[in-house]
Design a protein around this ligand. Sequence first.
Ligand SMILES: [Ca+2]
Ligand SMILES: [Ca+2]
Ligand SMILES: [Zn+2]
Length: 403
Amino acid sequence: MKNVLRIALCLSLCIACVFTAAACQNNSVEKEPILNGFDVTLPDLSGLSADKYFFGYDEDVDADEDLVLKRLEEDGITPTEDGWYPTLIDNFDYNADYADNMGLDPDIWTASVHGVRWASQDGKHPEYACYWCPEMVSVSGDGYAVIRSEYIADHDCEECNANAEFFGGSGAGRYTGGFETRIETPLTDDEGNVLYNESNDRPQTDYRQDEYLFRQAFGYFETRIRLPRKTGMWSAFWLQSSYQRMVDGSGADGTEIDVYESAFLSGNDDVRRMGHALLWDGYADGAQSSARVFDLGDNDLYDGNFHTFALLWTPEYYVFYVDGKPYWATDDGDVAKVREFLRFTCEIDAGDEWGPHGQKIGAFDHDGGAGITEIDYVRVYQKLDWLDDIKDDSGEGEYSPQN
Ligand SMILES: [Ca+2]
Ligand SMILES: [Ca+2]
Ligand SMILES: [Zn+2]
């Protein structure tokens, strides 16, 4: 169960708006980039191949310049003059060997686990909840990772069926999902049965028990995506730390970094907006966040074309880019110094039509086909200069409870 994003978006932005609608309507949309004097130059990656590459995930190597250079040499890779080198390049080319992992390279990705993402807020229609099922993730012959978001009247999946008590019992529901570089395992009882929270029907997890296929601190993260053109849902590319919930007054020990959230397909005047967010110190008492929504001018992200979304994460600040243009540069939350995993996820509204960033996103249409999110590639690079600044997870501070 992935409640991180939901809680993040809800508590900090969405639910807050439900209860403070007046404040919500005043949510400002920035007309101009906010760069705060930081150097927002895109890294010069020319000379580096864009072919598929995976440095691997090895904390005994990834922060040691000598060991990094040794491995790169073994892999036939020479860093750029500025010290940039690739760590994860996946173009999502179809590979029959990956069929058992929803088409995704099992060395890099897991499909996000089953769960009730959002309980239905329509009492007459409990099946209007948003469910996550790995079967909504696939890789197409066109070379795209695809996440489907769809109302399915007769959803049929072994694990969904086995957990019918949590999935409405009829197989009907609003289904979507995601994939990530984390291995999340819900907590189980002695007999291996998933433990659910009685209060909200969500599987119990403890993020401190997460394992990873890939994590990185700092670098340049770029993805090319065709956004889903359907109301009542959104997609996102984000980074997360399993220690985001350690409440110590800082995000240096782990910050949710929302590179983009496509929540603005609701009304023609809204489609040229994009939101970016930072959230740290959990999602309950003590939770802190910083977010901005920008007016993208003539750039319509819902024109049916692919668009790029990128993050430059230095030890001192973050820069958020859309189609190569920097919109927000900030050091809010002290800037995370720890390794974080990657996530691509979709969300469906469960009845209140609120999305992230205090935006009404419309009702999710049960007809008219699935919302299709297509990810052409993700490319991650690291810079040699920054390896010394990587910090191990401290695990200090108070762990923010589940909510
Ligand atoms: Ca913290
Ligand atoms: Ca591709
Ligand atoms: Zn399923």
